[in-house]
Design a protein around this ligand. Structure first.
Ligand code: NDP
Length: 433
């Protein structure tokens, strides 16, 4: 705590995990005796570097780059890169810490890491984004590789950015090492369903939770935040399973579309034109845009927070619960505040924490790595059915652990304890390193 006093997001993520581990530690005193907890909260390595780049007018800018290589007990570091003005060491460390447990839940033998920069790609030209990515990779190249550390996308890092990063990696190393980055384009080493995997996976997880209590997605109204990679494909899968996703948002506000969000229009506005979400409402009869308040003011039976950390607080939780909420699946990382999570659990709302619900993205990244290593490519059906199986298994291990530790259906306890046991067991076996 003393060492990380200026890292609020990181401390929040650590507290959330440690508070639920009491029953595991009571059963396994050896994890305390061997300092597993102290080792787990300290990254194996943290890199901070200068990223200078030139804008279209010839002016020089300097951003800060990060890569936190948190834990490699289960495999090479794996986790995304985030480009957003809010990125700092605390944010990268919280994401890297969460990633250790998420990756353990996928059973794909990958360790945890995360990185990024306080660069904002949203108001830059393609050429500026390219020069920034090239500069970022010029340093990162020394620290990554298919057997050491494999970055992917996150907020502000999609297919365009991964392309520029990969091009520079290839140019500097003079090697076509496809497995060094995931989220690549389908024509040059990417995997089917990787783009969709996080959003689809969150909906699959919600479906598993609902099926367990004799319910499903079909016929239900869902409130979704965000309009990026995760939100878009969560909305798509909700509609495919017969539900109605009625909202989407960005940092300028949210839209409500009672008929169900038109996914093609959403993709056109956000992915192709890179416009604000209000443009969706301008073009879609019956939809309206709201610039004030929060998307969580809208009532629904299902909630999928898919934008960013701490976007859903206690007040939002109360309003959702009063509106008849049944289930929440976190597509984003740590979007619900601890107070909101406590309210959901007290009210008996099914609650899937991000490290379980959004694990489909990184799991499919691991499948991309396998395909790269085997120089093969799976078709869409096989890729989606593997994703579905993995999400079913993630759900089962979180649920089974919640039963084992006496609180059936408490997915926070279940996900944290199942993931911790896997990582701690490997760390114990590998000695004090
Ligand atoms: P994108 O950049 O594609 O989209 C992010 C969305 O969230 C945008 O609509 C953005 O709006 C909104 N948003 C971001 N920051 C803020 C903010 N501070 N306030 C309000 N809105 C904000 O990112 P992704 O969809 O990839 O990521 C979303 C979440 O999912 C993140 O928490 C990420 O860590 C998590 N995640 C992503 C995975 C992936 O595979 N991509 C895997 C697992 C988790 P605007 O454009 O206005 O900024």
């Amino acid at each position: 705590r003393r060492r990380s006093s200026a890292e609020p997001e990181f401390l929040q993520a650590v507290r959330e995990v440690l508070e639920t581990l009491e029953p595991v530690l009571a059963e396994h005193p050896e994890y305390i005796e061997t300092g597993i907890l102290e080792r787990l909260v300290e990254p194996e390595r943290q890199l901070i570097f200068r990223v200078p780049w030139t804008d279209d007018a010839g002016r020089v800018h300097v951003n800060r780059g990060y890569r936190v290589q948190f834990n490699s007990a289960l495999g090479p570091y794996k986790g995304g890169l985030r480009f957003h003005p809010s990125v700092n060491l605390s944010v990268v460390k919280f994401l890297g810490f969460e990633q250790i447990f998420k990756n353990a839940l996928t059973s794909q033998r990958i360790g945890g890491g995360k990185g990024g920069s306080d660069f904002d790609p949203s108001d830059k030209s393609d050429a500026e984004v390219m020069r920034f990515c090239q500069s970022f990779m010029t340093e990162l190249v020394h620290h990554i590789g298919e057997h050491t550390d494999i970055p992917a996308g996150d907020i502000g890092v999609g297919g365009r950015e991964i392309g520029y990063l990969f091009g520079q990696y290839r140019r500097i190393t003079q090697r076509y090492e496809a497995g060094v980055l995931t989220g690549k384009g389908l024509g040059w080493g990417g995997a089917e369903v990787r783009t969709e995997a996080t959003g689809y996976g969150a909906v699959f997880f919600a479906e598993e939770m609902l099926l367990r209590v004799g319910d499903g997605i079909e016929g239900r109204r869902a409130v979704v935040s965000g309009s990026g990679n995760v939100a878009t494909y969560a909305i798509e899968k909700i509609q495919q399973l017969g539900g109605t996703a009625i909202t989407a948002s960005d940092s300028s506000g949210y839209i409500v579309d009672e008929a169900g969000v038109d996914v093609d229009l959403l993709k056109q506005v956000k992915e192709v034109e890179r416009s604000r979400i209000s443009v969706y409402a301008e073009r879609r009869p019956g939809a309206h845009f709201v610039a004030t308040g929060s998307v969580w003011d809208v009532k629904g039976e299902l909630a999928f927070p898919c934008a960013t950390q701490n976007e859903l607080d206690a007040e939002h939780a109360r309003s959702l619960i009063a509106g008849g909420l049944r289930a929440v699946a976190e597509g984003a990382n740590m979007p619900a505040t601890p107070e909101a999570v406590a309210l959901f659990r007290e009210a008996g709302v099914l609650f899937a924490p991000g490290k379980a619900a959004n694990a489909g993205g990184v799991a499919t990244s691991a499948l991309e790595m396998s395909q790269n290593a085997a120089r093969s490519r799976w078709d869409r059906d096989k890729s989606e059915s593997r994703l579905r199986d993995i999400m079913r298994d993630v759900h089962a291990s979180a649920y089974d652990a919640s039963v084992r530790y006496g609180r059936p259906g408490d997915y926070v306890l279940g996900a944290n304890s199942a993931a911790f046991e896997t990582v701690a067991h490997a760390m114990l076996a590998q000695g004090v390193i």
